[in-house]
Design a protein around this ligand. Sequence first.
Ligand SMILES: Cc1ncc(C[n+]2csc(CCOP(=O)(O)OP(=O)(O)O)c2C)c(N)n1
Ligand SMILES: [Mg+2]
Length: 317
Amino acid sequence: MDSDTLVLMYRKMLEIRLFEDKVFELYGQNLVPGTIHLYTGEEAIAVGVCANLRKEDYIVSTHRGHGHCIAKGARLDRIMAEILGRKTGYCKGKGGSMHIADFSVGVLGATAVVGAGIPIATGAGLSIKLRGTDQVAACFFGDGASNQGTFHEAINMAAIWNLPVLFVCENNLYAMGTHQARVMLIDDIAERAAAYGIPGVLTDGNDAIAVYKAAEKAVERARGGRGPTLLECKTYRQKGHSRFDPATYRPKEEVEEWLSKDPVRRLRKQLREAGTISDDKLAQMERDVAEAVEAAVTFAVDGPHPAPREALEDIYA
Ligand SMILES: Cc1ncc(C[n+]2csc(CCOP(=O)(O)OP(=O)(O)O)c2C)c(N)n1
Ligand SMILES: [Mg+2]
């Protein structure tokens, strides 16, 4: 992999990490309406996949979606403003944490309905095919979502129509408090690809380089008109399901083991060991990212709340 891509990937992962830490903090200050689901610990997946995508490619996101938007190139300040419910946010402050969309960089949106994004990605793939462009669509969803009917129907349709879609399962072992082993008898969700006659690829979701390489092949395949891939990335939520969840149902040893596989620290170490970036440049980048996150907070906090009468604008009736 070329150094520029690796360095950019580290920067994006760090942006997500510091952004999520900040959202956690702001929540405690009662600045965030609703709830939030943090992407902390899963950064390598969004970044490894999106580093293979072009601006005009599409992604479909989930309730745990801040990281997907950042990885695809959406602006930190407008995401933060949306999370804080401000008019300057991507959806005028009326969508919030779980409903961020930015068509200008191909973020088709997130949905809080588990599994509901999967058919939207199949639809995006069909649109690409009908328009005859060489775009691709990537869809992120969880292990829990892979038990929904939408997963099976939408992937089967994408397979038979040979659509340019990358189905990315972020298997963090839990759906809320429920461990994977309680709700499925297989270990690897990638195996399910066999049922639709498409490749199922398993990768270490905490290793940004491994995710990048796996996604690279799948994107090449999709762009080349050879159809969809199911990519399963094994990972772990470092925090609870949502801001309210202390996640006490997880064994301490399990949490510790996964914390030791932190994806951000891992890529940082790889870059230093390979001499891809000097320590000075790394330190500068880390300061820059921290400043960018602070600037996003200032932008968000300075933005007005939408007026009550605006609640009825921008809706279908
Ligand atoms: C259709 C539907 N059922 C239930 C819920 C409640 N719910 C929100 S997130 C979630 C768990 C999702 O787990 P997973 O797909 O593994 O994603 P993760 O949160 O682990 O990233 C559930 C059950 C929902 N939002 N939508
Ligand atoms: Mg999960």
